[in-house]
Design a protein around this ligand. Sequence first.
Ligand code: ATP
Length: 350
Amino acid sequence: MHDLRLEGVAKTYGTVLAVEQVDLHVRAGELVCFLGPSGCGKTTLLRIVAGLETPSAGRVVVDGRDITPLPSHRREFGMVFQSLALFGHLGVGENIAYPLRIRGVPAERRRARVEELLALVRLPGVADRRVTQLSGGQRQRIAIARALAMDPKLLLLDEPLSALDAKLREAMQIELRLLQQRLGITTILVTHDQREAMTMADRIVVMGNHRIQQVGTPLEIYRRPANTFVADFIGTSNLLPARVAGTGVRFAGHPIAVAALPPGLSEGAEATLLVRPEELHVLPAAAPGPNRLPATVAFVRDVGSLVEVHVDCGDTRLVTAGLRKDQPAVAPGDTVQVNLPPEACLVLAA
Ligand code: ATP
């Protein structure tokens, strides 16, 4: 297994900044997702790892060796792009064997390796078919098999599932993750889909504004976002304008008890209160208690498995999401209470 370090990596195109000062360690056997909105520099960073772009500054280090000057074809990495880049005029087997052929692997060994790889991606016996005779999901597996043909040190995936429909995509995410774990291959996946990142990653690198905003496990990123950018990008968030007051905050004129205040925020400082929708409870009847605020129901969305209730609290709209059977029946216009459990109230610097 192989590990990767990016040390002070930056990239500018003329005056256009693509990536700023990235320091990152991808551990051996780990699947790391680069996640972020369009244009934040994910693809540029992956292409720098792949050797398809030269960084303006910094080093790419694999197993302790600086490979920054090494051209792409000598890095021994497997790659799958959004377009898959399969050769339509070649058969499935020839596609998979292509990297072996250009490296002079004899025909007999190529055939055996193709069968091995087809078994690995659960498509035995399709070597003689044309790529055009396969479904989207099957082509996906062929592209993965081809990327794995040379036993690459690293597997680099740039939005490889984005052309698939939602259901197949989700199935492929799980399949690909299980394959990656079975092989123990160090993998980087670029995606702008946070659900995909949460499904597949050991750790997520959240990127925004051309730099890393946070690195952590999916749960760390969700439960303890480092800033409002991450909180807003990952999952649905209620980000409420608040001010520090004593050991808690004030929001919409109400004192709110919180689990903890971040260091460095003084009394009266502006802050953002983060509460996830599933942590907010709507109570139909008014009852006194801490962190209970009066609100008016604005919108109810029942999607079968859960009910989402949007409520207005002062000038602020809050989204709550409860399990269907646990959610009291409320209708737009109802006056209710929302309960913000203190342990679910996270304070971020504004
Ligand atoms: P997307 O999800 O849309 O692919 P991304 O996060 O992968 O976005 P990049 O493609 O890495 O973002 O681009 C980062 C920034 O660098 C963008 O502002 C982009 O316009 C710019 N950029 C990328 N490639 C080039 C290039 N060859 N020449 C000039 N600017 C570029």
